[in-house]
Design a protein around this ligand. Structure first.
Ligand code: WTA
Length: 650
């Protein structure tokens, strides 16, 4: 098996059957799975028609004539902002769309009526600056309500948006503006982050000094420090909308027109402009948001604590929730400002019922300790979600017990920027969950774990995740690079989509996504996933977070090098070092015992919270450190490298 796939080492026997009240009331039942298995195109067509309002209803679900350039609902016409706003107004305009909380403590309550007014005005403002249907507008903002307003205004007039995460540098703006050919840039003076100002306009100024493309820059006043405004080019948001009419007719868009580009920041190669279109994307995010979170628009207060700058925010802060007429919380700042209980205090204040966050955040909460959630009443929560990385079973259990009070189902949702929406996840009321497993594909999605030859692995095996049928919210291509689209996703296993993730397929047919295939180590010919060894380490009571990599080893090909962050007051020592190595051997076998363990206060992470194992490999192999500019915490890398040198000398 080590030749063909990935070893299956970690055993997890805990099983959480669906809870009776979810079984009784959940939005989605086994019937949806059966219907989709019978005829998935018809199933998706029904979702598209029932969940969305079309100016012209589609008659064809899938066109696969030019695969892998699939088209969905290609003769349908709709407008995304109309679906998110206008159609809710008659009966539900007063409903809150966003409870927005600024990091310094200021608040805004934004109803669907308010949102519609602001979107219409800003859409007219965009037109007055010459933005036309088919243009691509660059957006580089903090987590303020004007960010979804700007996105929806673009959608209203048929311009695509390209949101650039506000934590990126001027370089990222220049690359993305030039790749997309954007002429307009929307930003803020600054953003609040852990009590300090991130000078967004300054980064835009630097970017605009290096590209000629931007003709106008619209600036939201948020942090109120002085910023330079260039006459004729830069305009304040409030001045732009001051005299605009509050109605702007929504463009009738074809289902396959571009809705947005979102660049995935590859760790080495040029960022890919992932293309999402209108009808299929909206069908996918509306369906999954309702099914996976079991959203009850009448009573739920839903909070996706991601940043709108990532796909999670696009799909599950903006487009899914608004299409479904949900009430959401949107928070501007970091979870530890002014103290490490910020999220829990917001949940208690607004009676949040559904919380969706990332494993990296959950592991930080674990490290901080239970005293913070214990300060607040979290009894309003009824469902929890996670996304972005494999969640270690112990982090899952911690979330379940300390945040969910043992009573909330957890949906561990696997998907990607490229997939547009959730693909593999428990469905509350149907799926029994296992800590650490995303479980099974949702209705209408079909996945298989295969070996290097592309043959499905047997139950209990490990290999590569593939998606076997197209789906509505899939990426349509990489902007300007169709060849790269085909070679990256559709060539390794012809006829299948290859996401680049390793996975195992357990005895019950559950899928355990193990992370990127590049994160698989080869120890004496055994292919071992970093995630399994990390989970074994994190299951030790002293460990908060762990990253392991394969370091070059003369004897075994690769040897496992571990980097460990401890919980609370635990201290690294020679005894703990040995204890942890033995703990991994006990949990998953001697083959996976780390050769070295380095204790560190932090691990290198990308700005979306994913551990950068590539840099840890460089450190273990004593190579010059690769590019660290995309890191959230660049200083930690040198500190770990110094420790490695000390460790090796000992
Ligand atoms: C990883 C985020 C395991 C995976 C929506 C994927 C996960 C990449 C999970 C996409 C999960 C995301 N379990 N791994 N529940 N969710 N991943 O594009 O490696 O930022 O390919 O999209 O994150 O990251 P992206």
């Amino acid at each position: 098996m080590s030749e063909s796939g990935i070893e299956n080492l970690l055993q997890e026997d805990r099983l959480f059957p669906p809870l009776a009240d979810f079984v009784a009331t959940a939005n989605t039942t086994q019937d949806h799975f059966d219907e989709a298995a019978e005829d998935y195109e018809a199933y998706w067509m029904r979702q598209a028609r029932e969940r969305l309002s079309w100016f012209k209803e589609p008659t064809v679900a899938l066109n696969d004539e030019n695969a892998p350039f699939y088209k969905w609902f290609e003769d349908g016409e709709l407008n995304v902002s109309y679906n998110c706003l206008d159609r809710h107004l008659d009966a539900g305009g007063d409903k809150v769309a966003y409870h927005w909380i600024g990091e310094p403590g200021d608040k805004r309550t934004i109803t669907y009526n308010d949102l519609a007014t602001e979107v219409n005005k800003f859409a007219n403002g965009l037109k007055s600056l010459g933005v036309e249907r088919g243009d691509t507008v660059a957006i580089y903002m903090g987590m303020v309500p004007e960010l979804p307003i700007a996105m929806l205004a673009c959608a209203r007039i048929g311009a695509a948006h390209s949101v650039i995460f506000g934590g990126f540098s001027a370089d990222a703006i220049v690359d993305r503006v030039e790749d997309a050919g954007s002429k307009l840039l929307i930003t803020c003076d600054g953003a609040w982050r852990r009590g300090t100002i991130v000078p967004l306009k300054e980064s835009c100024d630097e970017a605009m000094s290096r590209t000629e493309l931007i003709e106008n820059c619209v600036v939201v006043r948020r942090t109120e420090q002085d910023v330079s405004m260039q006459d004729g080019r830069d305009v304040w948001w409030h001045d732009l909308i001051a005299d605009q009419a509050d109605t702007c007719a929504p463009e009738h868009m074809n289902a396959e027109d571009l809705l947005y580009l979102l660049y995935t920041s590859g760790t080495t190669a040029k960022p890919k402009g992932i293309m999402h279109t209108t009808g299929g994307y909206l069908t996918g995010v509306a369906t999954t948001h309702s099914q996976v979170f079991d959203l009850k628009p009448g009573s739920d207060v839903y909070w996706c604590a991601a940043d709108v700058g990532w796909v999670t925010g696009h799909s599950y802060i903006v487009y899914g929730p608004l299409t479904n007429h949900a009430t959401s919380v949107m928070y501007e700042g970091t979870p530890d400002f002014p103290d490490k209980d910020r999220l829990w205090s917001i949940i208690a204040e607004y009676g949040v019922t559904i919380l969706y966050t990332a494993p990296t955040a959950i592991r930080a909460f674990m490290k901080w300790g239970v005293e913070y959630p214990e300060r607040h009443d979290l009894s309003s929560l009824r469902l929890l979600g996670t996304v972005g990385e494999p969640i270690n079973p112990e982090a899952w259990m911690w979330y379940h017990e300390n945040i969910g009070g043992g009573r909330c189902p957890i949906v561990d949702t696997w998907w990607q920027t490229e997939t547009g929406g959730i693909m593999i996840s428990p469905i509350p009321g149907v799926t029994a969950t296992k800590p650490g497993s995303a479980t099974k594909p949702i209705p209408g999605i079909f996945a298989e774990v295969v070996d290097t030859e592309g043959d499905p692995v047997p139950l209990g095996g490990g290999g590569f995740l593939t998606i076997t049928k197209p789906w509505p919210s899939m990426l349509r291509s990489i902007y300007g690079d169709d060849d790269r689209y085909v070679s990256t996703y559709w060539s390794r296993y012809p006829g299948r989509y290859f996401p680049g993730d390793g996975a195992k397929f357990d005895e019950n047919g559950y899928i355990w996504v193990l992370g990127r295939v590049d994160d698989v180590m080869n120890v004496s010919g055994h292919r071992i996933s970093t995630m399994e060894v990390e989970s074994a380490l994190v299951s030790h009571p002293s460990v908060a977070e762990a990253a392991v990599v394969g370091a070059t080893d003369d004897l075994t090909g690769q040897a496992i090098a571990a980097f460990v962050t401890l919980r609370g007051d635990a201290q690294g020592s020679d005894e703990l070092h040995e204890e942890l190595r033995q703990h991994v051997a006990d949990k998953i076998g001697a083959i996976a015992k780390p050769k070295s363990i380095i204790f560190t206060p932090d691990l290198p992470k990308t700005r979306s919270g994913k551990i950068m194992r590539r840099l840890l490999r460089d450190i273990s192999d004593h190579r010059a450190l690769g590019d660290v500019t995309t890191l959230a915490n660049a200083d930690v890398v040198q500190a770990i490298a110094d420790q490695q040198t000390e460790y090796d000398d000992d």
